[in-house]
Design a protein around this ligand. Sequence first.
Ligand code: NAD
Length: 434
Amino acid sequence: MKIAVIGTGYVGLVTGVALAEIGHTVTCIDVDPEKIAELNQGIPTIYEPGLGEMMLRNQKRRRLHFTDQHRVGLDGADVVYLAVGTPQLADGSANLRYIEQAALDVAEYAQESVIVVIKSTVPVGTNMRIKQLMLSHVRPGIAIRIASNPEFLREGSAIHDTFHGDRIIIGTEDHETADVLEEINAPFGIPVVRTDVSSSEMIKYASNAFLATKISFINEIANLCEKLGADVEEVAKGMGLDHRIGSAFLKAGIGYGGSCFPKDTNALVQLAGNHHHDFNLLKSVIEVNNHQQQLLIEKMLTRFGSLHGKKVAVLGLAFKPNTDDLRESPALVLIPKLAELGAEVVCYDPIAANQGSKWISAPAVYTKSVSKALNGADCAMIVTDWPDIKRMDPQTFVRLLHEPIVFDGRNCYTISAARKAGIEYYSIGRPDVI
Ligand code: NAD
């Protein structure tokens, strides 16, 4: 089976590498020649644990190739995966420009009949529209079969998730196409769910919307816990033991970010609206999340009165640990807000530090050294629960900060550890330690 993957971002690159690892011959195509040049030198263009070694291994086996020429990459491909971005437009809907262009690229260079697999997250109905678009542009006699195969990997554990996913969703118009997709994926040994194309597209949006709902729900409980003197960590533990609820995604904090939940929840609200359905529940989930990001600033203002001239050590830039992805990270909201309030910001991130100034125009210093960020600062604000921050002895704050005051947006330390270390500690949904 000769496979082409269009788009070598977080999803496309991981998909291409994983398909090569299980034995397929894969060519990954991207419009960005710099990315392709790096990949061809064996340098992964994203930070993802385990990706680099697997990529290099399959390049050496000559099962994995990279090109910026669609004509070359699509030549002889039996199956083409589309894994380009579907970012958010100003009205919240998904921008389908890239997926349409990728489809036109396939139509232009397809020499023989081909199966086109859409991995990108696209609104219900898009797969069939893309099929029609391709059919109206391919040479006569070339058949296009379409498959919706949404991606569920999590950045930061993408390789692990690809090999140990809970399910593979395959939405097709016919059994033959589903058979081919199931055969391609068989070596992963992951349960396959076959369905129709529209349901497959909806499974992806519904899954992300549900997970976002769980996060906003526990965050609202956390906000109530703060008012009532309860501890949200205890509450989440007690709730999560009920197997109907489950403990995953019951971690209170300053809200979700990243390239998926914010845009996919907005796109689903927009899609519902287009069909005269007011998705009130999801609108509230989004509103709760937007407010949640402001909580630490509110807590700081309550504590200090004014942040003018305060030196704040921001710990974490990435939207979650183990990724270099800053898309929709709470840090993108918090750092400019701190600067606007007159604070001096020094931001630590072990992987994404050098991307800070590319994403944030407000004045701030970025460092890969946690002690440099903390040294002499008036307080610390934890934005990302990087493992090294979670593992750090809270005594470090006493040693390095001007005053040991910590605002923790990810509940990294237990209340007893904070007390024992003698820090002033404000977290989410738990009693303050003063
Ligand atoms: P990304 O922005 O990291 O990568 C997209 C890549 O596609 C870029 O490298 C871009 O240069 C390339 N590209 C755009 N148009 C092209 C074309 N015509 N030909 C070749 N290359 C082209 O995007 P991503 O994060 O990998 O997301 C891709 C899709 O997968 C989105 O729909 C997203 O919602 C979905 N998804 C993402 C994740 C995630 O964690 N990132 C998880 C599940 C699903």
